[in-house]
Design a protein around this ligand. Structure first.
Ligand code: FPP
Length: 250
């Protein structure tokens, strides 16, 4: 039986976050340039988004460019920006009813990328089938610093008191305030770390690591990750017995 055939379609994760790692090594092993790995990675992203939305996943959030990635060689950074510009195609979002969103320090992006990005964001805002969020020039430390500054400003302006700050205040001031926390985080490429990605949001997210390089990540790999997620028990700090009782009461 394929992984897809084994899935429980009533328990598809609502939100999948992905660290798309391994483009460079995929290219190197094939004797290609790193940039060709990113091009193949963009195709894998397109395919994964389509498969995920067909399965009923409502939110897919991908790490495309971290704050730290600005330190890569100019040639690679410029190539990635050119690829982003080329791949931001509104028709894809409109034809598939996908809302496009971006999180990150977008002021650092080149003007042409920002313009096309904002165009796709505003035109696709009403799409309902799913949401693709791309983390661009993003890191959790950047995001949480921004959140802290916003909360401090609200306190300074007398809009709230320090005692009124709760975890909900942080939920509402981080870049992902418009979406639920990820149920499942997938990292391809064999590394087992979060690399400054959605650290606040992944407090109770199931983590899935696989060796497959991102350009080779296909529908079966996605279904395997979802199946692994379905086989885990999410307890959110409670006991197994409490979870079983809650499930009996549904
Ligand atoms: C990590 O692999 C991947 C990236 C830094 C870039 C990911 C970008 C894409 C998949 C293209 C996205 C396109 C759009 C339209 C959003 P790596 O280069 O770190 O690989 P390595 O660890 O093997 O060197």
């Amino acid at each position: 039986m394929t992984y897809k055939e084994q899935l429980d379609m009533d328990r598809i994760p609502q939100h999948i976050a992905i660290i798309m790692d391994g483009n460079g090594r995929w290219a190197k092993e094939k004797g290609k340039r790193r940039g060709e790995g990113h091009i193949a990675g963009a195709t894998a992203l397109h395919n994964t988004m389509m498969h995920a939305s067909k399965l009923g996943v409502k939110y897919v959030t991908v790490y495309a460019f971290s704050t730290e990635n600005w330190t890569r060689p100019d040639e690679e950074v410029n190539g990635l920006m050119a690829l982003l510009f080329e791949k931001l195609d509104l028709d894809i979002f409109m034809d598939n009813d996908i809302r496009f969103c971006v999180i990150g320090d977008t002021d650092r992006l080149p003007e042409n990328v920002r313009e096309r990005m904002n165009y796709c964001i505003s035109k696709s805002a009403g799409n309902q089938r799913g949401t693709l969020t791309v983390a661009l020039s993003y890191s959790s430390k950047w995001e949480l610093t921004q959140s802290a500054k916003r909360i401090a400003a609200m306190v300074q302006e007398g809009k709230m008191t320090i005692d009124e700050i709760t975890d909900k205040t942080i939920d509402e001031t981080v870049a992902t305030s418009f979406m639920p926390d990820p149920d499942l985080l997938i990292r391809t490429g064999g590394e087992t770390r979060l690399s400054n990605y959605l650290l606040w949001q992944c407090a109770y997210t199931e983590l899935y690591f696989c060796d497959t390089y991102w350009p080779d990540f296909d529908e079966e790999e996605l279904c395997k990750a979802i199946l692994t997620y379905q086989q885990r028990e999410r307890r959110f700090g409670k006991t197994s017995e409490q979870i079983a009782e809650e499930n009996n009461n549904i």
